[in-house]
Design a protein around this ligand. Structure first.
Ligand code: HEM
Length: 479
């Protein structure tokens, strides 16, 4: 910022769109593409070859850190300093963090899937490259966390804003989640390289994934939702005990994850699993409590604008019914609604899984289905919906290029999720094998990844066209 206003207003770094392009590129060419391959192998019954588990681990890692993670990194580096009222201390790190994380992910996407197909010195080299990729990501993530912690500390010293105070516990959990995941991923990759293995230790890898989902992805999604959804979707003010809910959520996650630490489970004791199931059930209930209070799906309370709504004058175009926009971002809210619907279903099944374990029915609900309800259902749909609402403004555009593509993203994303999880849940609910159903479910599962790729492809084209569009001054309706 320059000029007279610049003397007073803090200088914030502009949005770095590179994070969005890297997330979309990695999702399309690695994360979702590998997922599509894996799903078609499983769904259409192709033989499972020796590279399968390496592919699964690469898919999981790239989706978590590349697809969801890079979006979070890019948006939080833009949003959190503004929320805190404290600009980033070292804005020159923004592109360097991206280079370290995205560079590591590209290397991982190439080296890890190739590992099982080589032996001898070539395997040693590829394993070393996987370890280097993990180190590169860890360096980028450490720098990101340092920037964020510094900014939040500075905000606290200057008298923390209530807006940040409310959601700080969620961002605190996110910092812990990133640190645990990046640290474990690095140690596991180095151990894999040193032992000439082709996969990361499965138990610790699963633990790291759960830590990232429960401590980083879900909390940051909750934090952003609390701050942004009331504005974008006219929800009530978050005047319920948000920080207490965050504390209850953390307690549940610690119980769920702390009890079955991989070394405890291998000790053969049954008790950690019972504690863990208790934590799992409790976590599911806290998530449901969060969604109830957010009031997005239930709309029980008046919006935060209840005392502010002014009727538009005769010369002012009315906004969309119940929303503050004119439709210039397409029907983005539909993806946000579906995100929360899938979250509710995921949380109910998560809680149900915990309860049924305690009742002696182990594995009654597919953990993979619940994981994808959270990741593909909730996190991905939140990205699909919120990115078209927020990114145009971040890059000084007034509207999204194509509302039709926003609709296409919504339909394709939901179709992908339904195809990905229903085949895992339905057979257990149907009880008996129904003739013809197994084949249809397999085919659904087999195409789920392709549908997901199309959804992300539509988003990528839409954002690309949005960034490149030339908007004449005065056109559109502002944010
Ligand atoms: C339609 C899109 C997707 C498809 C077809 C797909 C497919 C798969 C498949 C087949 C597996 C292996 C399951 C098994 O081992 O039984 C898997 C695992 C996994 N997926 Fe996805 N997935 C998709 C979307 C996502 C998204 C969006 C994320 C994260 C944001 C994600 C994260 C993971 C993780 C963390 C694992 C576990 C990896 C591991 O065990 O190391 N997936 N996925």
């Amino acid at each position: 910022m320059t000029g007279r206003a610049g003397a007073l207003a803090p200088e914030y770094a502009p949005f770095h769109a590179g994070y969005v392009w890297a997330a979309l590129g990695l999702a399309l060419f690695s994360g979702f593409a590998l997922g599509a391959h894996l799903a078609s192998v499983l769904g259409f019954g192709f033989p499972i070859r020796k590279g399968f588990v390496s592919f699964v681990q690469t898919h999981g890692h790239v989706q978590l850190v590349g697809w969801a993670g890079l979006f979070i990194l890019g948006i939080s580096l833009h949003f959190i300093p503004r929320l805190a009222g404290a600009p980033l201390g070292r804005p020159q790190w923004i592109p360097r963090i991206l280079a370290a994380v995205a560079g590591g992910l590209i290397l991982r996407s190439i080296a890890h899937p190739m590992l099982p197909y080589f032996s001898g010195w070539a395997r040693g080299l590829l394993g070393t490259l996987v370890a280097v990729s993990a180190l590169s990501e860890a360096v980028g993530i450490a720098a990101y966390l340092l920037l964020l912690v510094e900014t939040m500390r500075r905000a606290r010293r200057a008298g923390e804003r209530p807006a940040l105070h409310l959601v700080r516990p969620f961002f605190g959990m996110m910092i812990a989640g990133w640190a645990i995941y990046a640290g474990l991923n690095t140690v596991l990759a180095i151990r894999m390289a040193a032992s000439r293995s082709t996969v990361l230790d499965p138990a610790w890898n699963r633990f790291a994934i759960e830590a990232f989902i429960n401590l980083a992805l879900l909390p940051v999604a909750f934090g952003f939702s609390l701050r942004m959804l009331p504005l974008y979707l006219r929800l009530p003010k978050p005047d319920w005990p948000v920080r207490g809910t965050a504390a209850a959520y953390l307690a549940a996650v610690v119980l769920e994850m702390g009890s079955p630490l991989p070394f405890l489970v291998t000790s053969g004791s049954y008790l950690p699993s019972v504690w863990s199931s208790l934590g799992q059930a409790f976590k599911g209930m806290v998530v449901l409590w969060f969604v109830w209070n957010l009031d997005l799906l239930t709309r029980r309370r008046p919006p935060w604008t209840v005392h502010r709504i002014l009727h538009p004058g005769p010369d002012r175009r009315p906004t969309r019914e119940g929303l503050p926009d004119y439709g210039e971002f397409g029907r983005f809210e539909r993806s946000v609604y579906s995100a929360y619907l899938w979250l509710v279903i995921g949380a109910v099944l998560d809680a149900g899984g915990g309860v049924s374990f305690m009742a002696g029915h182990e594995g009654a609900i597919s953990g993979d289905a619940v994981r994808h309800l959270y990741l593909l259902g909730f996190v991905t749909h939140l990205i699909l919906g919120m990115s078209v609402r927020m990114i145009p403004g971040f890059v000084q555009k007034r509207r999204v290029a194509s509302p039709a593509l926003v609709d296409a993203t919504f339909w394709l994303g939901n179709a992908a999720l339904i195809c990905r999880v229903v085949p895992l849940l339905l057979p257990a609910w149907l009880g008996l094998p129904v003739p013809g159903v197994a084949g249809a479910l397999g085919a659904m599962f087999g195409v789920s990844g392709i549908l997901g790729m199309f959804a992300v492809g539509c988003l990528a084209v839409n954002l690309w066209r949005t960034v490149r569009q030339k908007v004449p001054p005065g056109v559109g309706a502002g944010r």
